[in-house]
Write a protein that binds this ligand. Structure first.
Ligand code: ZN
Length: 325
């Protein structure tokens, strides 16, 4: 914009009503957020830019699409931008993405997030699960030292699905049977004493299920702490891992002052407490919510919309750079 043009425009601010000024302020804020989002999307993680279609490196600029630089690949002739092939590809309203991540920081429901960002519930739903797609896959792969494992349970829910295989429960709801039943979805939570955390939704509590979730997560020389469930004893023996079962029922919560499952248990309680706000999560989306909570715990006090956004983009190295300085 030419400076004379801008001056005239600036002068018109005088004639604006408070309402109009508020609108303008929001627009400017949105513009700034969109610019920042685009800068983060396009920021390179150090590696050379490659074509997501054929991994070719011979690229040239090919105009812009929704403010993102578009490239054309010499090898396959196709075009792409920094979001192509990511969960955020083709989502609209970039000016609201940061506001949406703010709602994620606050742990707001789909409806409340929609209201805060003035988007529809449908968009909010779509964004929620697209934004969580990568955080849902981001978890510790290798645990060391003393490793605690335990299951926590979530009520099976078909929320939002039209075809129910059983009569509907009231929102949130309670299981009809007490204790562990088919209505409860078991989630294995594994943590080591360095705070490395992973979880896995189980189909059942068989040794095969728990073992195939647990064993790839731990190094051979770990000391595995669990409750007295015989399944764990079997798994540990088969994998040749040192096992310290804690007999909670008999009141033995800690062995030798160090072997216990209190870290994993308190993590489970915090997770359940946090999940309560959603009045039951559809089982098919439970994985995303587990990932959301892990991100929440991992970022801790330093959590910001920017860091959540980088998580949604899968830019882990940038998060590490921002959180370690
Ligand atoms: Zn290509």
């Amino acid at each position: 914009m030419k400076s004379t043009e801008f001056k005239a425009w600036e002068k018109s601010i005088e004639r604006m009503s408070r309402d109009q000024r508020d609108k303008l302020r929001k627009r400017l804020e949105g513009k700034e957020n969109a610019d920042e989002a685009i800068a983060l999307i396009e920021s390179n993680q150090g590696g050379k830019l490659v074509c997501p279609h054929c991994q070719g490196t011979g690229l040239y600029r090919w105009g812009k699409v929704s403010n993102l630089q578009r490239y054309r690949c010499r090898q396959c002739n196709r075009t792409f931008n920094a979001l192509t092939g990511t969960p955020l590809a083709r989502l609209r309203y970039k000016d609201k993405w940061f506001e949406y991540e703010q709602a994620m920081v606050q742990g707001l429901s789909i409806r409340k997030s929609a209201k805060n960002c003035t988007i529809s519930n449908k968009t909010s739903f779509k964004w929620r699960h697209r934004f969580l797609q990568l955080p849902a896959t981001c978890q510790s792969r290798k645990m060391n030292g003393i490793v605690e494992a335990d299951e926590t349970y979530f009520l099976e829910s078909f929320k939002g699905q039209r075809q129910l295989s059983r009569p509907a429960r009231k929102r949130g709801g309670k299981a009809s049977k007490k204790g562990i039943s088919k209505e409860q979805v078991p989630v294995l939570v594994v943590r080591d004493r360095h705070g490395e955390t992973a979880d896995c939704i189980l189909h059942d509590r068989s040794a095969r299920q728990i073992g195939s979730a647990l064993i790839p997560l731990v190094n051979k020389d770990v000391i595995l702490c669990t409750d007295g469930l015989p399944t764990y004893r079997l798994i540990a023996r088969q994998a040749n891992i040192v096992h310290r079962p804690v007999n909670i029922a008999a009141g033995h919560r800690i062995i030798n002052g160090i072997y216990h499952i209190q870290n994993v248990n308190t993590y489970g309680s915090r997770l359940k407490q946090w999940m309560r706000r959603f009045n039951g999560v559809a089982t098919r989306y439970l994985k995303n919510y587990l990932g959301w909570y892990r991100m929440f715990e991992r970022l801790g006090q330093s959590i910001t919309p920017t860091l959540c956004f980088l998580s949604s983009l899968g830019k882990i190295r940038q998060i590490q750079l921002l959180t370690t300085t």
